[in-house]
Design a protein around this ligand. Structure first.
Ligand code: LLP
Length: 418
């Protein structure tokens, strides 16, 4: 499942001692395993080999250049949501023809830049967006390649905040409107609608919702074909869940077994957009114990990382395993693992049974590779932490720790206050 393991009670990432990285870069930091990334990407590739899908890594989950380069070198395309992501994608020489762009709020600048670079598909989420893309494409004398993101109205059985495919959500276009758009597509002189897209949510551990959504789209495609409307691409989105605690998510193989029979018979290029499945368990967040506080009612293990570094527990009440960098036989106690931020929501774990730890002991918050660093902030004027990649015995900082100068860059006191 991943390359973080104990050898003689010491935590390693591949063949590198995590504590050696901590000594070299200080704490807190994110650490990624090159091998896990490649392994997870390959698992999807192999499981779906029959239909040779274009696997566009959802870089919103982790946009570190080293992570992107690792995957692009394996043949991955990228799923982007902003011009910033597109620029990072181009930095690692991702082929524009392997880039798909979803976002409910693409700006004129973003559309124009993506058109100029010739991306594979704009995954379009509304009629006003179609009008805007057509207008900009006309102005720049380009033809935009478009997939319509359908909202299939299927509940994904996951956290409310990461459910996207029901009509309560802002994403995608309802089926009736999609039908109308496709019938009247002649009015978009500078758009070629060649695909359909769905993405129903994230951290989905069972295949059923995917199958339901895909079946709906397939029926729809059949209806379109009868009406003489041709579709070349079907983008089935991301969302495959991973193990954080005791989930039993479908493996890539099981996922393929469940959906391949439905996809195989279509003569279409399938696109997938996995994020978390590839990178979630390929990364950890390493932090250091500052204090053990006991208020007579509860014990708190106070560490130097905070919710600004990894917000998933605070935002989604998400569970992350906590592993000490050095396993000990010390007595276990029940603690809340908390950060230094001025909020009660600043925690990594609640009521967790962990061996007694002392000042300067190091611990790893596991499964932090997806939606970890990318969602970090400077709240409480804290510098973003470094990101490090391990490959075998080697490791390198792929993004430096921010400095105070980085934090106040561009900030000044107005003349009228001086
Ligand atoms: N495609 C689209 C259009 C998406 O919106 C997303 C994720 C993905 C693909 C990738 O989904 P994945 O395979 O990673 O599940 N911050 C939340 C997750 C937000 C997901 C946003 N969209 C979390 O930490 O759980």
């Amino acid at each position: 499942m991943h390359d973080f393991h104990y050898k003689s009670n010491v935590l390693y990432c591949e063949e590198t001692k995590v504590a050696d990285v901590a000594n070299a870069v200080g704490t807190p930091f994110y650490l990624y395993s090159h091998h896990t990334l490649v392994d997870h990407f390959t698992k999807i590739q192999k499981a779906f080999a029959k239909i040779n899908p274009l696997i566009c890594f959802a870089m919103k989950s982790n946009d570190n250049l080293a992570v992107l380069k690792t995957l692009v070198d394996q043949g991955a395309g990228l799923d982007i949501v902003s011009v910033g992501e597109l620029k990072k994608a181009l930095k690692v020489k991702a082929a524009p023809k392997k880039i798909v762009f979803a976002s409910v709020g693409k700006t004129e600048e973003e559309i124009a830049f993506a058109l100029q670079k010739g991306i594979l598909l704009f995954n379009v989420e509304s009629i006003p967006e179609l009008d805007e893309i057509n207008r900009i494409a006309k102005k720049t004398n380009k033809k935009a390649q478009v997939a319509l993101r359908i909202n299939p109205d299927v509940a994904a059985a996951t956290h409310d905040f990461i459910t996207t495919g029901t009509l309560k959500n802002k994403f995608g276009i309802d089926l009736a409107s999609t039908r109308e758009i496709l019938k009247g597509q002649g009015r978009y002189s500078h758009i070629n609608i060649s695909g359909l897209h769905i993405h129903i949510g994230s951290q989905i551990v069972k295949s059923d919702p995917f199958v339901t959504a895909i079946k709906k789209v397939i029926e729809f495609i059949a209806e379109l074909r009868q009406a003489g409307i041709k579709i070349k691409y079907l983008d089935i989105g991301g969302g495959m869940g991973i193990i954080y605690k005791d989930e039993n998510p479908q493996t890539a193989e099981e996922f393929a077994t469940a959906i391949l029979p439905h996809l195989e018979k279509l003569d279409l290029q399938v696109i997938m957009e996995p994020g978390r499945f590839i990178v979630g368990n390929a990364g950890i967040f390493v932090t250091k114990v500052l204090y053990l506080k006991d208020n007579g009612f509860k014990k708190f293990l106070i560490v130097d990382g905070g919710m600004n570094d990894l917000i998933r527990p605070s935002l989604y009440n998400a569970y992350h395993d906590i592993w000490p960098l050095k396993k000990t036989a010390k007595e276990k106690i029940t603690v809340d693992v908390v950060g230094p931020i001025c909020e009660s929501g600043d925690f990594f774990a609640k009521e967790r049974s962990l061996p007694i730890m002392e000042k300067n002991d190091l611990l790893a918050v596991m499964s932090a590779g997806a939606y970890g660093y990318v969602m970090s902030s400077n709240y409480n004027v804290r510098c973003r932490v470094p990101e490090v990649m391990v490959k075998g015995k080697q490791f390198d900082i792929t993004k430096k720790r921010e400095t105070f100068a980085d934090l106040i860059r561009g900030e000044s006191i107005p003349e009228f206050l001086k």
